[in-house]
Write a protein that binds this ligand. Structure first.
Ligand SMILES: [Zn+2]
Length: 331
């Protein structure tokens, strides 16, 4: 009897001391509740001309690859690790991946060399297939990716739709698409066959619906806006800021094809007002030895933004808390 009572007392003591350890260590709890963001650009430690791809890792371990592009050296690129979800903002070659590096670091930061042509399957599809990941897109894009997955021997139902205003939950993460003001034609190179040739010959593209951006609500509550290629839109205030209340924004600053530094800074300062920004799609060599080069679009954007701008240096993992604050490896 006495032994039994002692055992109960002992287990109560162990439980309380366990709780005390957990409570006395708020820092470790905080650190394990972060969203990690790792850019997969063309050159290690730099922000280069064609860099688009970012891997977001939820605190629960789910890994999301956003806009694969050309800088991920195919499905065997070791930097990828596990990938659960692939997002594609729109159908242009530098986002879907019409070609890619032979190895990370091929060519220079100002002029990376994309010598591997994968237009018939796309870099997106070959990576999603190899990683058994879901491709989640809006508009009319899911059917295209279903057919391509089928073509490479994958599961067509791994391509899934989430259209404007709706959301899809995967592993406790909410994903939705938001409007982007850009274009979204499917080039004949991606279509292939006779139809692809006819499209190219006529100088037109196939229809895949409007381009998109994404809003992701991670399991720790962090809301991130991924702009895709876009100009200034009213939805950046009404939808991204007012409705979803995004705290971290990834915004394209390259000009000509998307908002330039001045326009992107207006979107950040006046429309979205997030806590942190990651510059993207600069279409220039923005850094050397990891340092921001003066008089670049990225430098102009950084100066014009009233919110801290973090450079997506390839391979450097940043970490954000649920409020959107960068707490590790911030630049
Ligand atoms: Zn584009």
């Amino acid at each position: 009897m006495l032994n039994k009572i002692n055992l109960v007392l002992l287990s109560v003591l162990i439980t309380f001391s366990g709780l005390a350890v957990a409570q006395s260590n708020p820092l470790s709890n905080q650190l394990s509740n972060l969203v990690k963001v790792t850019p997969l650009g063309s050159h290690e430690g730099e922000f280069c001309r064609y860099d688009r791809a970012l891997v977001f890792e939820d605190p629960n371990g789910t890994r999301i690859l956003y806009d694969v592009g050309r800088t991920v050296a195919g499905a065997d690129d070791e930097r990828l690790g596990n990938i659960d979800i692939v997002l594609v903002s729109h159908m242009h070659g530098d986002h879907v991946g019409d070609k890619h590096l032979s190895d990370p670091g091929a060519g220079s930061c100002a002029k990376p060399e994309f010598t591997v042509d994968v237009a018939s399957v796309t870099n997106t599809v070959q990576i999603a297939h190899k990683k058994q990941a879901k491709i989640i897109t809006g508009s009319e894009m899911p059917k295209f990716f279903s057919k391509k997955l089928e073509q490479v021997g994958g599961n067509p139902s791994d391509s899934q739709l989430v259209r404007f205003g709706g959301s899809r939950e995967v592993n406790g993460i909410q994903i939705t698409t938001v409007p982007a003001a850009h274009s979204n034609g499917v080039s004949g190179r991606f279509v292939g066959g006779k139809l692809g040739q006819l499209l190219d010959a006529a100088g037109v593209t196939a229809y895949a619906g409007p381009p998109t951006g994404y809003v992701i609500t991670f399991s720790n509550g962090l809301v991130a806006y991924l702009s895709g290629d876009t100009g200034i839109t009213a939805e950046q205030k009404a939808v991204v800021a007012d409705h979803y209340q995004a705290k971290l924004a990834v915004i394209n600053i390259g000009n000509t094809f998307t908002t330039g530094p001045k326009e992107a800074a207006y979107v950040i300062n006046e429309l979205i007002k997030p806590v942190s920004v990651i510059a993207s799609h600069a279409n220039e060599q923005a850094t050397e030895s990891g340092k921001l080069l003066p008089d670049t679009r990225t430098a102009h954007f950084t100066e014009a933004s009233s919110v801290p701008v973090h450079l997506p240096l390839s391979g450097m993992t940043m970490a954000f808390d649920k409020t959107g604050m960068c707490v590790s490896n911030c630049r």
